[in-house]
Design a protein around this ligand. Structure first.
Ligand code: NAD
Length: 456
């Protein structure tokens, strides 16, 4: 039997995974205690998805102004006021934070402010206070990784520091050409900085289909973003007012600021040693119901190995709440989770890359529909493509898109992949003209063997 002050669900961490779990559990009539040491909303709301996408929107406006003369509107070279960019960004965050706080309070969730320490599978201590729960959900999220030989300083920062910039640096080096690296490279270039990305692997956004990496690299080159791929940094030193990166077998990179974007790792769970739970380099592996190896203890979000995406965290949080309420939810299919990188041009994908599909199915068919044939993309003056991958004579198993605003097209793409549609199922669906969404329709027409605005 529960003690009177015992919750049904005790959630450690109120980021995307934790608060989604708390909200859904409360909606299902469970008593919830949510422990948060900082602010509800976590990294996504306060230091990740939302503020960085606000920066990217400001960047898009800067580029729109810069290129306005090409459509006959003279706005001229933009002037970036980082203080006012930050104020705009913070306004967005504040409004969402207020809404979320109200939502959590409205559902009767007991929010406990402070750092929680796991005492056992049913107990979390916050200061002197002991919180009890029938079930424990670990949702502490992730933190930016750093490189021990490259200590952070006022000139060497992670994405957290990039959000605190008060001026646009003249020259920026970005270490890591993954998602965070390319998004910030894109923003800072749009704001007028000279940007060089230094990436250890031979391509940008290396988790994506190779065609997307190649296309993004081409687009970045045209935007004047320099890339050093397959680069190994042997040392970083302060030189005068700036920073100097020594690159093995190549010229050093001189910059005023170094942004380290080499991945995110699991945030520590204080007291996790009291649980005897299986961990993997700080991550907490789970089964398809987000159960850890300890009875009654669950984990969600970036703490769980796999895609580090807020929407995966939401989905896992909701899943745990529904498991605990006895609803028997369907497991989450990790490969069906859409991925969007909001640089310019955007990168959006769902399902398997061509290489992964070949590994899984042997023979595959692909098609690339170039946005040059898409009216709306031409109006927006963006370049890119939609690439489809299908198992031979089978369903579409991967959709990969490059181009301005293509992230907005991922919804249809994920339904196609998620519902295992064949190109022949999608081909008869009429797509609105003129939209970029048409490009997705055209790609399926092409894969079904009846291209309209493309060569057969
Ligand atoms: P990442 O794993 O996407 O990229 C890190 C990159 O750094 C890799 O390409 C890696 O090869 C490179 N790297 C590592 N060590 C290096 C070194 N010593 N020298 C040169 N390169 C090195 O990680 P990230 O970009 O830091 O992002 C962290 C997580 O946050 C990711 O999982 C990402 O999906 C998530 N995120 C998602 C979004 C989005 O969905 N739009 C936005 C931001 C972050």
């Amino acid at each position: 039997m529960s003690e009177p002050d015992e919750a049904d669900v005790l959630v450690l961490g109120a980021g995307s995974g934790g608060y989604a779990c708390a909200l859904r559990a409360a909606q299902l009539g469970l008593r919830v205690t949510l422990v948060e040491k900082d602010k509800v909303g976590g990294t996504c709301l306060h230091a990740g998805c939302i503020p960085t996408k606000a920066m990217l929107h400001a960047a898009e406006i800067a580029d729109t102004a810069r290129h306005s003369a090409s459509v006959g509107v003279d706005l001229g070279e933009p002037r970036i006021d980082m203080g006012r960019v930050a104020a705009y960004r913070q306004g967005v965050v504040d409004r969402l934070f207020k809404g979320l706080t109200g939502l959590i309070a409205g559902r009767g969730i007991d929010v406990v402010a402070g750092e929680g320490r796991v005492v056992d599978a049913h107990t979390v201590a916050v200061g002197d206070r002991m919180l009890r729960g029938r079930h424990l959900v670990l949702a502490t999220g992730s933190v930016a990784k750093t490189i021990p030989s490259i200590p952070l300083s006022d000139k060497v920062i992670t994405s957290d520091g990039a959000l605190a910039l008060t001026a646009v640096p003249r020259r920026v080096a970005v270490l890591g050409g993954g998602v965070i690296g390319v998004e910030f490279a894109s923003v800072l270039r749009s704001f007028g900085a000279e940007v060089t990305i230094v990436e250890a692997l031979p391509r940008l956004v290396a988790a994506e289909d190779e065609a997307l990496s190649a296309g993004l690299q081409r687009a970045f080159r045209q935007r004047g973003i320099a890339t050093r791929l397959g680069a190994s940094v042997s040392g970083v030193s302060e030189s005068g007012d700036g920073i100097r990166l020594e690159v093995d077998g190549d010229e050093p990179v001189e910059a005023d600021l170094l942004l380290v974007a080499v991945g995110r790792g699991p945030a520590p769970v204080p007291g996790i040693e009291n649980l005897a739970v299986e961990t993997d380099r700080g991550y907490v592996p789970v089964d398809e119901r987000c159960r850890t190896t300890v009875e009654g203890v669950y984990a969600v979000g970036d703490l769980v190995p796999g895609l580090q995406l807020a929407h995966r965290g939401f989905a896992q949080g909701i899943l745990v709440a529904e498991v605990l309420a006895g609803l028997g939810p369907a497991p989450i299919v990790e490969s069906g989770i859409p991925r969007v990188t909001y640089c310019d041009p955007e990168v959006a994908s769902v399902g398997l890359t061509e290489a992964a599909a070949r590994e899984k199915y042997g023979e595959v068919e692909t098609v690339e529909y170039n946005l040059a044939g898409n009216g709306k993309s031409q109006i927006l003056q963006t370049k890119g493509f939609v690439k489809l991958v299908r198992a031979k004579d089978g369903p579409v198993v991967g959709v990969h898109m490059l181009g301005a605003r293509v992230g907005e097209q991922i919804g249809e793409a994920q339904l196609i992949v998620g519902w295992q549609a064949h190109p022949e199922d999608v081909a008869p669906l009429v797509h609105a003209h003129p939209t970029q969404n048409e490009a997705l329709g055209e790609a399926h027409l092409a894969l079904a063997g009846k291209p309209l605005h493309a060569h057969a």
